[in-house]
Write a protein that binds this ligand. Structure first.
Ligand code: SF4
Length: 322
């Protein structure tokens, strides 16, 4: 995950919750991809703080550093070495036709850097360095994973079977709209609710949520099916959702009380998370230890992979490996 700082409930339900659950079944490796963030230079000033805050959210949500590896991408130097090697066998045409690359070029024509076009190669390196077999992705990331698979196939064909082709582990996650009721929840649109907010701050945010615009008076029946508040009730107050639907459609409830009830549901849902978050936030040295330990364990795998890669590519062995 890119180091965007404190996570919001869209990040949690869309990715983090699944990652926590996956620990039950798989050996998992999670990283904060700070090198990827360098493609947009504005993010650099806040990078250390953003990484720190995000990792606190990971840990508070239940990423268990005993069971999984959790580290910062740039602390595993081998990922940069592998990116360079994979870059040598990746045709430029594969990269320039990636939709997200074209979008970025359109949005920021003045900042089309070498790193941006190589973004999927770094992503592929990040996966195959650990010989990962599964990658938890949403539908929108499938093309990136397909590209990683193409790169792997090419490498294996040229240098012999080295990497498994990583498969997509499609994660089921509801689309979480933001407080504007229209767009996906996103920090950049300021329509989000951070996990780390206090109860009062959460309630204040929820009270700004856009509801059914036709409902200009309490006596006018609402259309819960088009109201994001109702959809969030289904997640955070599932037992009440039917009542919300019925009472809204028959004008038996007002939007103000409806939103307050939603805020209560969200606050209940994240009560334990917040307690854990506060405990972890009070121990910054613990966060550093977790990341240091994660990076050491990740590097042990990465070094072994790179030794094999260098051998397959007929490169000179490193002096201490000769
Ligand atoms: S009563 Fe609730 S579900 Fe209905 S429009 Fe208002 S906020 Fe939305």
């Amino acid at each position: 995950m890119r180091p965007t700082g404190r996570l919001h409930i869209g990040n949690y339900l869309g990715a983090l919750k699944n990652w926590v659950d996956m620990q039950e079944e798989y050996d998992c490796i999670y990283s904060v991809v700070d090198i990827h963030a360098l493609t947009t230079i504005e993010e650099v000033a806040e990078l250390p703080q953003n990484i720190h805050e995000m990792v606190i959210d990971f840990l508070a949500a239940g990423i268990d550093p005993q069971r999984s590896m959790l580290y910062v991408q740039s602390q595993v130097l081998e990922v940069m070495e592998l990116t360079m090697f994979l870059g040598m066998i990746t045709p430029l045409g594969w990269l320039t036709r990636v939709t997200t690359f074209k979008e970025k070029v359109r949005q920021h024509p003045d900042n089309v850097n070498y790193g941006l076009v190589g973004y999927p190669v770094l992503m592929a390196a990040d996966i195959v360095l650990y010989k990962a077999e599964l990658v938890p992705v949403g539908e929108d990331q499938i093309p990136h994973l397909e590209l990683a698979r193409e790169i792997v196939r090419r490498f294996n064909r040229l240098f012999g079977d080295t990497f498994p082709e990583p498969e997509a582990k499609l994660t089921e996650s509801p689309l979480i709209r933001g407080l504007d009721g229209a767009n996906k929840m996103s920090k950049s649109l300021d329509n989000h609710i951070e996990l780390a907010l206090s109860e009062a701050e959460t309630t204040r945010r929820v009270m700004t949520a856009v509801t059914d615009p036709q409902r200009t008076h309490r006596s006018i029946p609402g259309r819960p099916q088009i109201c994001n508040v109702y959809h969030l009730h289904k997640i955070f107050n599932p037992d009440e959702a039917q009542t919300v639907f019925d009472e809204c459609s028959t004008a038996k409830r007002g939007c103000v009380e409806c939103k307050r009830q939603l805020a209560d549901g969200i606050n209940r849902y994240f009560a334990e998370f917040r307690e854990r978050r506060a405990e972890i936030a009070a121990r910054p040295e613990y966060v550093r230890e977790v990341l240091g330990d994660g990076a050491r364990r990740a590097r042990a795998i990465a070094r072994e992979t790179m030794r094999e890669v260098r051998e397959r590519m007929n490169l000179f062995p490193l002096p201490d490996e000769a």
